[in-house]
Design a protein around this ligand. Structure first.
Ligand code: FES
Length: 150
């Protein structure tokens, strides 16, 4: 089985896996980073979003063979102590309901805010429209992203 070396949350890891194994399963099953969630497995829900070299990416569609030398950040590595402005805003506004999609939402929002530091509400809605929430906490998510952008 081939091996691939890349960085996850600033730690170098080497994994042995079939070339087409999605990063999502490497994170969850090999590295124990279960904050990243499986929702649909086909790029439709956003629950599996991580950062690849600093930008949001769907880990369910990302084969491990494309990761050699790359840098991955998961929700576990977004901040040292859960104190990223988005995580603080999420807590302040009590955003989650069931919570399942929230890691993907926060990772998507972090990438979005990096590229759009002063977004309008409409831009936030557009920027976050790849993330589905079955509890429909969209309003609180939008408010929290706006709060974190302040
Ligand atoms: Fe990757 Fe749904 S699990 S987009």
């Amino acid at each position: 089985m081939p091996s691939y070396t890349f960085s996850v949350n600033k730690n170098e890891v080497t994994v042995n896996a079939d070339a087409d194994t999605p990063l999502l399963w490497v994170l969850r099953d090999e590295l124990g980073l279960v904050g990243t969630k499986f929702g649909c497995g086909v790029g439709q829900c956003g629950a599996c979003i991580i950062h690849l070299d600093g930008n949001a990416n769907l880990s369910c569609l990302l084969p491990v063979s494309q990761l050699q030398g790359k840098s991955i950040t998961t929700i576990e590595g977004l901040s040292e102590n859960g104190d990223h402005p988005l995580q603080q805003a999420w807590k302040e506004l009590d955003v989650p309901q069931c919570g399942y999609c929230q890691a993907g939402q926060i990772m998507a929002a972090a990438s979005f805010l990096k590229n759009n530091p002063n977004p309008s509400r409409e831009q936030i809605r557009d920027g976050m429209n790849g993330n589905i929430c079955r509890c429909a906490s969209y309003n609180r998510i939008e408010k929290a992203v706006a709060l974190a952008a302040k």
